[in-house]
Design a protein around this ligand. Structure first.
Ligand code: DGY
Length: 317
């Protein structure tokens, strides 16, 4: 039986599955392992089942024991892992696509609704009490008829597009390549970022974090957006230059933001907290029981497939 280090707690039924499939080393206290501890605990293991909170950078990967052959990430995103460093060490890296598309797209739509309709301010006022209804009280931006720009039209982007379209939004997107008509569903393709941003009353960031997308939404690119645009991010915090975004909120260039992901999670830039128009969530994208169960089971199956066949369909490096 292969020996696997599972770096964070999984839902109990998934830990049981892992224990049946491997000699599983669980983290019952759900401790956030330091890189040093993670390396120590990997000793004698054949693989890691990691989470997005594990920073598997070049140095950490270079110090992993020779016996580690796979890092199965419990997430669709894998920006926490240096893929090249893993490849050099001949370690396969896998992710959990598809199973979290619906749950993450739901949060993507919640960010759009929450930011456009001033949900943060509304919740705070309702809890405080004493609010006074009036014709112009907490007026927000209506989604119906607004243009939604989707940056990264993968599975999650496409699902957000489908829901947003049913809400009456007009969908535009930018992607590395134009999608086929059945995937596009009438959305309008822009082959460059500037063109997409210039028609985005609301922007939904759905692209993966990579060397190419870090700080893609920055001081310069924010200026391409229409004045009073809303920016939402359900992908990864690394894609947004926070200082530039907070400055744009201050200047009212940006009307509101809806964020589920941040640079240096959970320590988000405190500048966002000063803005009532920031609708912020603590990385809830995939947080439903069905989805977290499916993700963990897939992360386990990825390891099993790899050791049984020498490959895995969800290998990303
Ligand atoms: C992922 O899988 O990358 C999601 O962000 C987890 O919620």
């Amino acid at each position: 039986m292969k020996k696997i280090l599972i770096t964070r707690r999984l839902l109990r039924s998934c830990e049981e599955k892992a224990e049946k499939t491997f000699k599983a080393n669980l983290n019952l206290n759900d401790e956030l392992y330091s890189q040093k501890k993670l390396i120590e605990l990997s000793e004698g293991c054949d693989g890691l089942l990691s989470s997005l909170t594990d920073k598997l950078d070049t140095e950490t990967i270079s110090k992993l024991p020779e016996s580690i052959k796979i890092i199965s990430n419990f997430a669709v995103g894998f920006g926490n892992i240096d893929l090249e460093a893993a490849k050099k060490r001949d370690i396969a890296v896998t992710n959990t696509p598809e199973v979290l598309t619906d749950a993450t797209a739901e949060i993507g739509v919640l960010l759009i609704l929450g930011a456009c309709r001033r949900a943060s301010e509304g919740i705070a006022s309702a809890r405080e009490g004493g609010w006074k209804w009036s014709a112009d009280y907490l007026i927000g931006k209506q989604l119906t008829g607004a243009r939604l720009g989707i940056l990264g039209m993968g599975r999650i982007g496409q699902k957000i597009a489908k829901i947003a379209k049913s809400l009456g939004m007009v969908i535009h997107y930018h992607n590395r390549s134009k999608l086929s008509g059945d995937k596009e569903q009438g959305a309008i393709y822009h082959n460059n970022l500037k063109d997409l941003l210039s028609v985005s009353d609301v922007l939904s960031i759905c692209c993966p974090a990579s060397k190419e997308t870090v700080d893609m939404i920055n001081k310069d690119t924010i200026e391409y957006l229409p004045k009073g645009a809303v920016v939402t991010n359900v992908a990864r915090g690394d894609i947004v230059d926070d200082e530039a975004m907070i400055d744009a909120l201050e200047r009212r260039k940006i009307y509101a933001v809806g964020l589920d992901v941040y640079k240096n999670e959970p320590n988000l830039n405190p500048g966002y907290l000063k803005h009532k128009s920031a609708f912020i969530l603590p990385h809830l994208g995939s947080a439903t029981k069905d989805t977290r169960t499916a993700m963990a089971n897939l992360a386990i199956d990825n390891i099993d497939e790899f050791f049984n066949t020498g490959n895995c369909k969800n290998k990303v490096n």
